[in-house]
Design a protein around this ligand. Structure first.
Ligand SMILES: [Zn+2]
Length: 98
């Protein structure tokens, strides 16, 4: 067991485990564990960075999906155009294209 305040992560749940009286009484904001960039701050920072990373990945996935969607719409439009042109050529005199 740690003698300093820290977070215990269980999947998405983060439980604050107080290690000082300030943390016990005031929670994370009341922590008085006195050391530069405490374990709790490092864990907060790591979690914040991880969440930002996930957010960037989600944005990237959304942009890619939008690109895929636009390509599928364009593909559909081009197939319709090909059908239209084939029909046009098929109706005309002379050679038929398939
Ligand atoms: Zn503390």
């Amino acid at each position: 067991m740690s003698d300093r305040c820290h977070w215990a992560f269980e999947g998405e749940l983060a439980n604050f485990i107080p290690g000082c009286m300030g943390g016990a009484v005031g929670g994370p904001d009341g922590c008085t564990c006195n050391h530069p960039l405490s374990a709790i701050e490092r864990e907060r920072e790591a979690r914040r960075e991880a969440e930002e990373y996930v957010e960037r990945l989600l944005m990237k996935a959304r942009r890619r999906q939008e690109f895929v969607d636009s390509m599928m719409r364009e593909n559909k439009r081009l197939r319709a155009e090909v059908r239209r042109l084939k029909a046009l050529v098929g109706k005309g005199p002379g050679r038929r294209f398939t």
